[in-house]
Design a binder for this molecule. Structure first.
Ligand SMILES: Cc1cc2nc3c(=O)[nH]c(=O)nc-3n(C[C@H](O)[C@H](O)[C@H](O)COP(=O)(O)O)c2cc1C
Length: 183
């Protein structure tokens, strides 16, 4: 099974959580293909054909990102808008993603438990990620679900150094769980 990660962190050099997840999955699944959107296309001008070919070659597609305002970061949203295009991903002739699996893998600063009805964030991460689930359905894909780790907030120079280790551990566990879905 060929897996592809669309890595949507807009500031990869500032990441602790998503970087740890990406590296953990790559170590467990060496043939994982990773497209680092911000490094490849800092200006958001995607090579749409190349990206579509990468998607078409995969059996499982992972969207990996930090949640920004309850959604994908803007650059990843633009990637989806531009690359998951009519005639490729959906529409009467847009069948290239049919039968593939889409997985959402994300981190939040707020704790996991805050994402529930009656809690601070009000809704589960499954609810917030409904657009991804419906995108998968419209494109004839199987939605493989949402993997979410909360409490991922480390700001160099601001956070306490001892806060790094628990985040790394939680994100390694996240990465291992994700890798187990790809085997
Ligand atoms: C612009 C912006 C918006 C954010 N919005 C949310 C949010 O809606 N919910 C949340 O729990 N955390 C939010 N966060 C925190 C990020 O999700 C958190 O910093 C990220 O998951 C950490 O991952 P990283 O170490 O890979 O950067 C936001 C952070 C930024 C910079």
């Amino acid at each position: 099974m060929k897996a592809l990660m669309i890595y949507g962190h807009p500031h990869p050099d500032m990441s602790l959580g998503n970087k740890t997840i990406m590296e953990t999955v790559k170590a467990a699944v060496p043939d994982l293909d990773i497209r680092q959107v911000a490094e490849l296309y800092p200006d958001g001008k995607f090579d749409i054909k190349t990206e579509q070919e990468a998607l078409a070659a995969a059996d499982t597609i992972i969207l990996q990102f930090p949640v920004y305002w309850y959604a994908y970061p803007a650059l990843l949203k633009k990637y989806i808008d531009d690359v998951f295009a009519h005639g490729f991903a959906y529409g009467s002739t847009g069948t290239r993603l049919k039968g593939k699996t889409l997985i959402v893998s994300c981190t939040t600063g707020a704790p996991y438990d805050a994402y529930a009805e009656g809690k601070v964030q009000g809704h589960t991460m499954d609810s917030y990620m409904f657009p991804a689930a419906q995108l998968a359905r419209l494109c004839g894909m199987r939605f493989g679900g949402v993997l979410h780790t909360g409490g991922v907030m480390y700001i160099p120079g601001v956070s306490k150094p001892e806060d790094r280790e628990p985040i790394i551990k939680a994100c390694q566990a996240h990465g291992k769980k994700l890798a187990s879905l790809l085997k």
